[in-house]
Design a protein around this ligand. Sequence first.
Ligand SMILES: N[C@@H](CCC(=O)N[C@@H](CS)C(=O)NCC(=O)O)C(=O)O
Length: 213
Amino acid sequence: MSSLALVIGNKATSSWSLRPWIAMVHAGIPFREIQIRLRRSDTKAQIANWTASGKIPVLLDGGERIWESYAILEHLADRFPDRGLWPADPAARAHARSISCEMHGGFAALRRDLAMDVLHDLRGQRWSDEAQADIDRISAIWREARGRFGASGPFLFGRFSNADAMYAPVVTRFATYGVSLGVVERSYVDSVLAHPAMQRWIDEAKAEPPMGT
Ligand SMILES: N[C@@H](CCC(=O)N[C@@H](CS)C(=O)NCC(=O)O)C(=O)O
């Protein structure tokens, strides 16, 4: 039995939960899943059982609790150094961390206007100029990473890495909202959506009770 447990929210909408979850499933790291239903009267109390931050995901590792999606990804890379969660090359790894932190701390307009919902076709919805600027910046980030570091595979740094985990929720948004993309970004979106861990997340989201219940 694994000593790791990941506290997450609803798979349909919990974009922050998807990040460590997809990294762990991709890397074959065994863990127990503890799911908290979001947007219910008892959600805050349920989250408070695991973290004083008021937010999930939280990773339980033995006696330690690690919160904040990016910190969890760093911890997993430390704990499982053989799984290649960051690119091996130092320059690629530094770049991967930079774009992952940019995702973690930024793109508020995108998150507000294009909330993640893997279950619904949201084409036809409109978003602000600020959200479009976020989309343009993310597209540029993906093109640069693919161009400089992506030759060995279909992901940002070739092989799937923590950087792809950080951008996985954006990938689902670009697909469900029908965001218009260039050839490189479209192909990257298709590769992430085809990843077995991403498919599993979406399948499990479909099997969940409706939000708020
Ligand atoms: N910066 C945090 C953000 C986490 C976050 O906002 N999580 C949402 C769920 S996706 C949450 O816990 N919301 C609390 C609530 O719905 O009451 C991270 O990277 O983990």
